[in-house]
Design a protein. Structure first.
Length: 410
């Protein structure tokens, strides 16, 4: 036990042993209680001495207990970490040897879905995301090269002395001025993308790749162009896959209905998403929902940033990747479920703050959110409201936004 552990140390130097004792035994207090009184004072009555002895023993027992508890806690943490690392290793093998080779048959099985929820191991994450996002747009690596070459021509043209004019463009819907503005925006956004990682900024190892993907996308979809927030999405993809694959995933991801609605700023569709979100918000967290309502805290205030960057700007990167994992599994619904998980996690704090503090809190979430805590909270969020699922609620609202939006009408 505790006493033996302490005694088993191999002959510590006197000073060390004093310090060790100090850690465990409250020496100064002990001395006061235990020491017999100076000879010139009357002797301690036996009863009092016994009481003091008892107090002392209790204190030592408490200290021992505390020490034991802490040692056990440390041991458990270490065991957990070892187990976690083993799990990640095992999961990586399962993903790469069993699931990925048999993707189409296995990806929707219950076992794979459960494993997926626990987080995709980083070593296979890019491949899993690519497969899950798919390539409905049939983009090839060659198409990426073509788009990139065009983007480079444009950059050359815009950095060259202004011999070009607005009329020399063959592309409909994107004037020279537009393109320059978008190039400037890309530059600005890249400089603000995960600045703490120092890999996307000018001179960093992934700066050119990020620039290339964003530039190629503006050539691929001039109708969408560059929208702020996109650089975070591209950056997360670049961290997990090769350039051309990252471009393919990027373009297909942005092509999903929810992302298109937000990136093209389709106001009415965005409102529909917010309204659907509020239906599940009220269902899951009625108290907080009422509090937000009475403070006029509307979902756009916090959801826009979360959806635009798929949480990669708001959550720690490892946690955001876990959100992306399940987003790839469950689709857009999971983005809103995550939002409810965050609100649920901080419900107590949020219920006691006013509009401005809530808005500040939600636009700048605590930095130390951990994946386990957040996912426990998300798991407790139900995405079923009076037997209607997310897609049903959304479709009802889309068909008849006036009538079917009890939340907005109230
Ligand atoms: C893939 O699935 C097929 C049929 O479902 C099965 O026969 C095969 O063993 C699986 N392969 C792997 C690597 O699990
Ligand atoms: C992609 O290819 C498939 C099969 O060849 C085709 O059915 C589909 O229309 C294509 N999609 C696009 C966006 O070109
Ligand atoms: C862009 O300009 C550089 C030098 O200024 C040149 O080497 C490169 O070939 C040009 N690229 C394109 C695509 O025009």
């Amino acid at each position: 036990g505790w006493g033996q552990q302490k005694a088993a140390g191999d002959s510590p130097s006197p000073r060390q042993s004093v310090r060790k004792n100090l850690e465990f035994e409250p020496l100064s207090t002990t001395a006061l209680i235990l020491e017999h009184r100076p000879a010139n004072l009357p002797a301690k009555p036996a009863e009092e001495a016994e009481k003091h002895q008892q107090q002392y023993e209790e204190m030592v027992a408490q200290a021992k207990k505390r020490e034991l508890r802490e040692a056990q806690k440390r041991k458990k943490q270490l065991e957990d970490r070892v187990k976690q690392e083993e799990n990640i290793g095992n999961a990586a093998l399962t993903w790469s040897q069993e699931i990925l080779p048999n993707w189409t048959t296995m990806c929707s099985s219950k076992r794979v879905k459960e494993l997926w929820w626990q987080g995709v191991p980083p070593s296979v994450r890019g491949r899993v995301w690519s497969l899950a996002i798919g390539n409905d747009l049939n983009i090839t690596h060659e198409l990426y090269d073509i788009c990139l070459a065009r983007a480079k021509e444009r950059w050359n043209a815009s950095s060259a002395p202004s011999t070009t004019t607005d009329t020399d463009t063959g592309d409909a819907g994107s004037s020279h001025a537009d393109r320059e503005a978008s190039l400037e925006l890309i530059k600005l956004d890249i400089s603000r993308t995960f600045p703490s990682l120092c890999i996307f900024q000018k001179g960093g190892p992934y700066h050119d790749v990020l620039h290339s993907i964003l530039g190629a996308y503006t050539c691929y979809r001039p109708d969408v162009g560059y929208v702020q927030g996109m650089s975070f999405i591209a950056a997360v993809l670049i961290l997990n896959m090769h350039t051309a694959d990252a471009f393919i995933a990027f373009a297909n991801l942005l092509n999903k209905p929810c992302q298109m609605a937000f990136y093209r700023v389709d106001h009415s569709l965005m409102l529909t998403y917010f309204a659907a979100f509020e239906v599940f918000f009220e269902e899951n967290l009625p108290k907080l929902f009422a509090h937000f309502k009475s403070n006029n805290l509307t979902p756009d205030i916090y959801l826009i940033d979360w959806i635009f960057t798929l949480y990669s700007k708001s959550l720690p990167l490892d946690v955001a990747c876990r959100v992306w994992d399940v987003f790839c599994r469950d689709g857009e619904e999971f983005l809103f479920r995550t939002a409810l998980g965050i609100l649920r996690l901080y419900e107590d704090v949020l219920t006691h703050m006013d509009f401005i503090h809530n808005a500040q809190f939600l636009t700048r979430l605590p930095e130390h959110i951990n994946a386990h805590t957040l996912f426990s909270s998300i798991a407790a969020v139900s995405m079923s409201c009076r037997n209607r699922k997310w897609t049903q609620v959304l479709h009802t609202l889309q068909k008849d936004p006036e009538r079917a939006s009890p939340v907005l009408k109230r």
